[in-house]
Design a protein around this ligand. Structure first.
Ligand SMILES: Cc1cc2nc3c(=O)[nH]c(=O)nc-3n(C[C@H](O)[C@H](O)[C@H](O)COP(=O)(O)OP(=O)(O)OC[C@H]3O[C@@H](n4cnc5c(N)ncnc54)[C@H](O)[C@@H]3O)c2cc1C
Length: 398
C-alpha cells in the first residue's frame, strides 16, 4: 500500500496540471493514468487570452506558452468580409503536446503510476484507490480528473445528468494554401452566414507551420452531411461558407478530418467525503463555446492554490470541508458562464426567431464598429492601413 496526501486519478489536462502544481507546492501527491505519454486526441487545440490569464496563476504559463504558436493577429469575418482585425491572443497547440508539456513540469517527487484506477473507496479521513496493476494507494484526498470516463463515478453512486445530447459537433482538419506559401490572414474566425447552415463558426489558427481549422456545427451525430464532409471536405466547406473563398483563396484540406460530437452533461450528488471532481469529470462544456480549458484551469487553479493547502492543514477530509471548492464563487461563475455560453451560442447560430436575429445583427454591427475604430486608431498612429469591409448587400437571413 502506497501512502500519500493527494492521489490524482486521470492525467489529462486537469490532472497533469494539478500534479505539477501540487508537486511545485511540495504537497505529497501521486498521479495515476494509464498512459506514460498522453496519446494523440482531438480536443482543445488552442488557449485564448482569458485562459492564459488563469494559466499564469498556476505558475506553469511560461512552459506551456513556449510550446504553443501565438497568432499575431486574428481576423473576424462574416459574409466573406473582414469586420475586425484584432490583436492576437490565441496560442495554438495540439492536445497531446499540451498535456505532455504539463506532464514534463511535474516534479520528480510526484510519483506517476501508469495504470488504471479500477475502484475507489472514500471516507471522512482516508481514501483508497485500487489500480489495475494490483497496487493500492491510501491518501487523504482523491482528485478525480478522469474526464469522460463515468465508470468510477457510477461505482461511487454519482449520477450524470445529460443536459444536451450531441450539443455540437467539432470538426478538425489542416488547411493549406495552394500556389503560395501562406494565407493572407494570420488567424481567422468566420461566423456562419445563415441559421439554416446549422453551424456556429470556423476558426483557423496556426500550430507550428500548419494552419489548423476547427469547424463547429449543430447536427445529429448520424447526419449524412458529416460523411459528405469527410469525403469532400473542401467542397462542402465552401458550400457551407461561400464567402470563405474570397478570404482563403485557393486552398486544400490536408491530412485526416477528425469529427467529434459532444454531449453536455454534469455530475450530480458529488458532495462526498474525501473526493473532489475537476474538469470534464465534473461537467463537460461545448467546444464551440471554447470554455472547457477555462473550466479545467479554473477548477485546478482554485483547488491547488486556495483549497487543498487549507484542507491538508487541518485533520479530516469530510464533505463539508470539500464543499468550499464547489461553493467557490470563482468556480461557480466559470461553470455558469460555460453552460450559458454553450446554449447561447447554439441559439445565436441556429435560432431563426426575432430575438436571436436581432442579436446576430447587433453583434455583427458591434464587431464592425470596433474594427473600424481600431483601424482608425491604427491609421492615426502608424499611417494608412486597410479598412475592414462591410458587404454592399448582405443576405436577408442572418
Ligand atoms: C473535439 C473537442 C474540441 C475541444 N475544443 C476546445 C477548445 O477549443 N477550447 C476549450 O477550452 N476546450 C475545448 N474542448 C474541451 C477540453 O478539451 C476539455 O474540457 C478538457 O480537455 C478536459 O480535460 P480533463 O483533464 O478534464 O479531461 P481529459 O483530458 O479527458 O483527461 C482525462 C484523463 O483521465 C484518464 N483516465 C480515464 N479513466 C481513468 C482511470 N480509470 N484511471 C486513471 N486514469 C483515467 C484518461 O486517460 C485521461 O488522461 C474541446 C473538447 C473536444 C472533445
Amino acid at each position: 500500500m502506497r501512502n500519500t496526501d493527494v492521489v490524482i486519478v486521470g492525467g489529462g489536462f486537469a490532472g497533469s496540471l494539478a500534479a505539477a502544481m501540487l508537486g511545485n507546492a511540495d504537497v505529497a501527491a501521486i498521479l495515476v493514468d494509464p498512459h506514460a505519454v498522453y496519446p494523440e486526441d482531438f480536443r482543445c487545440e488552442k488557449l485564448d487570452g482569458a485562459q492564459v490569464e488563469i494559466l499564469r496563476k498556476t505558475g506553469l504559463a511560461e512552459a506551456v506558452l513556449r510550446a504553443t504558436t501565438p497568432d499575431r493577429e486574428s481576423w473576424v469575418a462574416r459574409f466573406g468580409c473582414v469586420v475586425d482585425r484584432r490583436p492576437g491572443d490565441q496560442h495554438g497547440i495540439f492536445y497531446a503536446p499540451l498535456v505532455n508539456t504539463l506532464r514534463g513540469q511535474i516534479p520528480k517527487d510526484v510519483t506517476q503510476i501508469f495504470s488504471k484506477a479500477t475502484a475507489l473507496a472514500t471516507g471522512a479521513d482516508r481514501q483508497r484507490v485500487t489500480l489495475s496493476n494490483g497496487e493500492e494507494i491510501s491518501a487523504r484526498l482523491i482528485v478525480l480528473a478522469n474526464g469522460l470516463n463515468v465508470g468510477l463515478r457510477n461505482m461511487l453512486g454519482l449520477s450524470s445528468e445529460l443536459l444536451s445530447e450531441c450539443h455540437s459537433i467539432s470538426i478538425g482538419f489542416d488547411a493549406k494554401p495552394m500556389g503560395r506559401r501562406e494565407f493572407a490572414f494570420p488567424a481567422l474566425t468566420y461566423y456562419a452566414d445563415r441559421t439554416s447552415d446549422r453551424a456556429a463558426l470556423l476558426t483557423l489558427f496556426p500550430i507550428g507551420t500548419i494552419m489548423r481549422a476547427n469547424l463547429f456545427v449543430y447536427r445529429a451525430a448520424n447526419d449524412p452531411w458529416l460523411r459528405q464532409f469527410v469525403a469532400a471536405p473542401r467542397e462542402i466547406l465552401v458550400a457551407l461558407m461561400p464567402g470563405l473563398r474570397k478570404l482563403m483563396g485557393d486552398f486544400e484540406i490536408a491530412g485526416p478530418v477528425k469529427i467529434r460530437p459532444v454531449d453536455l452533461y454534469a455530475t450530480r450528488n458529488y458532495r462526498r467525503d474525501g473526493i473532489v471532481l475537476v474538469g470534464d469529470a465534473f461537467a463537460t462544456s461545448c467546444p464551440a463555446a471554447g470554455t472547457g480549458a477555462r473550466k479545467a484551469l479554473t477548477d485546478v487553479e482554485r483547488l491547488c492554490n486556495v483549497h487543498i493547502p487549507g484542507w491538508l492543514a487541518t485533520p479530516g477530509m469530510g464533505a463539508e470541508k470539500i464543499a468550499a471548492f464547489y461553493d467557490d464563487p470563482v468556480k461557480q461563475d466559470c461553470d455558469k458562464f460555460s453552460l450559458e455560453k454553450a446554449f447561447a451560442l447554439r441559439s445565436f447560430s441556429v435560432d431563426p426567431g426575432l430575438r436571436w436575429r436581432a442579436h446576430r445583427w447587433a453583434k455583427f454591427l458591434a464587431q464592425y464598429a470596433i474594427g473600424t475604430l481600431r483601424r482608425r486608431r491604427e491609421r492615426l498612429t502608424s499611417g494608412v492601413g486597410p479598412q475592414p469591409s462591410v458587404p454592399a448587400a448582405t443576405r436577408a437571413e442572418t
